[in-house]
Design a binder for this molecule. Structure first.
Ligand code: TNX
Length: 527
């Protein structure tokens, strides 16, 4: 691109040819293959001209399709935010952006798209509306941050064709709202952040020793009492079922499925005082014997010290109620039952718990997800195991038929510090710099897991040290775009040296969105 500009300058200086000059106005992008895109698309072909986005550009929908009309509105809103232009819908087809589904293109699959940029028309075509949404994300990254003309804002986009589809169907992030609680607006903001990188899963860690964050109508005190605090002792919070549905709809509008996780040891600890351990939160509802009092609210960050009493009828009334209500309000096909760090649960009992959970989840019409430790139970191909560090557990899970989601803690635990100077984060797994989170591949991380068993990738953000949206942004960016690329883009040719230049140039886009990302010294930022 720099070379092209150099030639343009030389041409301009010598006034060689008006014809040649017209195609190389300075700062006008004309080579689509030079544009910075994350995740990298499957294929990009340039045709050397430009489409000019102007206040007169219209957004059109091909056919009478309510979902596409909604997406046209979404695109108009995003473009308004990015450029200030308030585009209209409709128009005669010239100077327009057209959205269309029903492409009947087998290569694209359910989520792929083709983005065709001609001189006077842009078309986003896909088999299904999800593909159109991802085509929109690509178009937004191609839209310049600055106008080509002062006073009369126009935005030039290089012409050509992008054909693109994901490598994995599971491209996600997890937000731990149990350790520190994040309200509906923050979760929506997080959804927007990950949607921009074509992620399609948001796993919400809804309960843990530090807090219960989802209203369960048959056990109201779970959230009211159990959600009252958070790590550090500050005020916690929880989502009402209505708020949960609102988050879920907001996510669905962005083709993101919410995965609700109820910690495998179900934080309502029905442990009697006689056990010498803890009394149960659940007793606040009046079950168990009269001696039981609610558990003290826990605001520290230790893990693995709580459990349920297996052979108490109340335990199973509780588990059934929670899983039933959660299944009822969850539109996605999955329930995550946690299942990690059950350190004080005896192994035999742990297995029995997971087996029973799995039956209950199935009876509620959902597919069970659990952390890799669930491999020890009788799981089958209705289960999904989430790898975080054990090759043994995850290969066992895959052998038993389960699919695997990759969340390697040494690579993509977004709560890991970048280095010893990071202002927040933990480092029990590793210090994880941006290149560490990019330089790995799900297909060969754990030898012995068949390719067809790999569902995809999910980057968890545990929030023991994360208290605000600003903290979230600092740990998540710039690592998450690279994780999204691992999940979406073909592995062939993946190269940190090439990626770091794209990421560097992408910095100004994160800034434009108000993301105060970590300026890793390993990336040659160009801001
Ligand atoms: C491990 S690995 C956890 C979480 C912690 C996290 C902190 C796994 C499934 N669980 O409970 O929050 O480490 O990094």
């Amino acid at each position: 691109m720099k070379i092209t500009r150099f030639f343009c300058a030389v041409l301009a200086a010598f006034s060689l040819s008006a014809l040649m000059l017209s195609s190389c106005t300075p700062e006008t992008p004309t080579d689509l293959t030079n544009e910075v895109l994350i995740p990298k698309p499957v294929s990009v072909t340039a045709t050397g001209k430009r489409f000019r986005l102007t206040p007169e550009t219209s957004i059109r929908v091909n056919g009478d399709n309510a979902e596409l009309n909604r997406l046209a509105g979404y695109l108009a809103g995003e473009l308004k935010q990015a450029t200030g232009l308030q585009l209209t819908t409709g128009g005669d087809g010239k100077n327009s952006i057209e959205l269309t589904v029903g492409a009947n293109n087998a290569t694209l699959g359910a989520e792929g798209y083709e983005l065709t940029i001609n001189k006077d028309k842009i078309t986003i075509s896909a088999n299904e509306s999800a593909g159109v949404f991802y085509g929109i994300q690509t178009l937004l990254q191609l839209t310049p941050l600055k106008s080509a003309e002062a006073g009369n804002p126009t935005f030039d986009i290089a012409t050509g064709t992008i054909s693109d589809y994901p490598r994995y169907s599971w491209r996600g992030s997890m937000l731990d709202v149990a350790r520190h609680f994040f309200g509906v607006d923050d979760v929506k903001r997080y959804i927007d952040r990950i949607a921009a990188y074509k992620m399609n899963i948001l796993h919400l860690h809804l309960s843990d020793d530090q807090g219960w964050r989802i209203e369960i109508k048959s056990w109201p005190n779970l959230a009211i009492h159990g959600g009252a605090t958070q790590v550090g002792g500050g005020k916690g919070g929880y989502y009402t079922q209505e708020q949960y549905k609102e988050i879920q709809q907001y996510a669905a509008d962005r083709f993101i499925t919410i995965i609700p996780e109820i910690y495998g040891e179900l934080n309502g600890k029905i442990v009697t005082p006689e056990d010498g351990r803890f009394t149960g939160t659940l007793e606040t509802k009046g079950i168990g014997d009269a001696k039981n009092k609610p558990t003290d609210l826990y605001t520290g960050i230790r893990v693995g010290w709580s459990t349920l009493v297996f052979d108490k009828p109340a335990t199973w009334r509780f588990v059934n109620d929670v899983l039933r209500e959660l299944s009822e309000i969850t539109t996605g096909p999955y329930i995550h039952i946690g299942g990690d760090e059950a350190l004080v649960t005896p192994k035999e009992e742990y297995i029995a718990f997971v087996n029973r959970f799995s039956e209950i989840v199935k009876a509620n019409g959902k597919k069970m997800i659990g952390w890799e430790e669930i491999a020890q139970a009788n799981i089958d191909d209705n289960a999904i195991a989430q790898y975080w560090h054990s090759a043994e557990f995850s290969t066992t899970a895959a052998q038993k038929g389960a699919s695997i989601i990759f969340s390697p803690s040494t690579r993509i635990y977004l709560d890991m510090q970048y280095d010893s100077t990071s202002r927040i984060g933990l480092h029990w797994a590793a210090y994880v710099e941006v290149d560490d989170s990019y330089n790995w591949d799900p297909a060969n991380l754990v030898p012995g897991i068949a390719a067809e068993k790999i569902l995809g990738v999910e980057a968890p953000l545990w929030t023991e040290t994360v208290e605000s949206m600003n903290d979230i942004d600092y740990l998540v960016f710039p690592r998450l775009p690279g994780v999204a690329e691992i999940a979406w883009s073909p592995a062939t040719g993946r190269d940190w040296e090439e990626y770091k230049l794209r990421l560097a140039a992408h910095g100004s886009r994160m800034t434009a969105k108000g993301i105060d990302f970590y300026r890793s010294p390993r990336v040659p930022w160009t801001e």
